[in-house]
Write a protein that binds this ligand. Sequence first.
Ligand SMILES: NC(=O)c1ccc[n+]([C@@H]2O[C@H](COP(=O)([O-])OP(=O)(O)OC[C@H]3O[C@@H](n4cnc5c(N)ncnc54)[C@H](O)[C@@H]3O)[C@@H](O)[C@H]2O)c1
Ligand SMILES: [Zn+2]
Length: 368
Amino acid sequence: MRWVEVSLPAEARGYPVYIGRGSLAELGRLAAEHGFPRRVAVITDTTVAGLYGDAALEALAGAGFAAELLVIPPGESSKTLDTVRALYDELIRKKFDRGCGICALGGGVVGDVAGFVAATYLRGLPWVQVPTTLLAQVDSSVGGKTGVNHPAGKNLIGAFWQPQFVLIDPDLLSTLPPRELHAGLAEVVKAGLIADPSLFSSLESNWDEFVSGDPGLLEEAIEAACRVKAGVVARDEREAGLRRVLNLGHTLGHALEAATGYRYFLHGEAVAWGMIGATWLSWRRGLLPDGVRMRIEALLLRLPKPPIPDMTPERFREHLRRDKKIVAGRLLYVFLTGIGNAVVEEGIAEEELLSALDYLRDLQRRHP
Ligand SMILES: NC(=O)c1ccc[n+]([C@@H]2O[C@H](COP(=O)([O-])OP(=O)(O)OC[C@H]3O[C@@H](n4cnc5c(N)ncnc54)[C@H](O)[C@@H]3O)[C@@H](O)[C@H]2O)c1
Ligand SMILES: [Zn+2]
């Protein structure tokens, strides 16, 4: 099995991300090797429970674990303190004590909720993560960020809580709706753009296979993307500086998501548009040669995604201002200086970002 080590220098420890087709069956063996607690609450959502709940329980039981499923409704609307409270209630009712562990089986929502429960229930239980969406496999499961939304904003409540290990089985993606797969692919493209030119080339050469979910290619790309994220996280576990390169395309992307009420774009779709904007802005600032800009744009245009709907510049501006990356009134922005090279610069003007929105609109007209 492939694996990527996530090292956490601040805590003088690390953990592995195991990647392999069919590896869900190895969950119990790996948990035993890691000395994981014998009683396990597997937190998942109803969709994933129906598809992979039994396989996860069998893998754990086969290695001597007493495991049971705790199921939440699927989707972003479950990422709340109410869901967390319901899980605490169930854990208490079922007498899960300090000698137990949590397994998160699902997409980013399950990972964030289950991780937050693991971080806080009885002041913290060990946990493992089995991400089942491409987004979760390449992004949310590496880095230890957990948490839930608040009515005032996304991800406002949370904790850093690192798992004992992450287990990624690319075969689980075969049941993922294509739209979710494509949204996850945007984050894979991002990993290539910020740090891995050969990942980007592989996406370019095999794009149609990636879009149709080729599991062998996905396995390699997942490993490469996890390596990129692990590399960044290792150098900046708490997001002080360097980790911000992971936000490539996210300033415009978040504004597009927010301005459309989080109901129109999937996160990765908005980020794909945002990366086209960031690429164009990098070129306009003279940081990126035109030929490279066109290569990146061509690939991102091929990623299936809904068009940018009409919105007033005011509406867009309002959402740009709420972006969390504004530090002390100054907006930090991720630019590209080449494929595999990103830089974070302070002080981009709002007008510059609005001009990128105009550019995206124009591009959309030219490539309907
Ligand atoms: N913690 C982090 O660092 C981090 C990073 C990025 C995103 N996130 C969070 O991740 C969340 C989004 O995650 P997501 O895109 O995985 O969404 P999700 O967890 O809502 O999953 C998307 C849908 O796919 C279904 N699903 C999951 N796996 C499946 C499978 N193998 N087959 C069929 N269906 C499956 C789910 O039931 C759900 O309906 C957001 O809340 C975001 O804030 C967290
Ligand atoms: Zn993202």
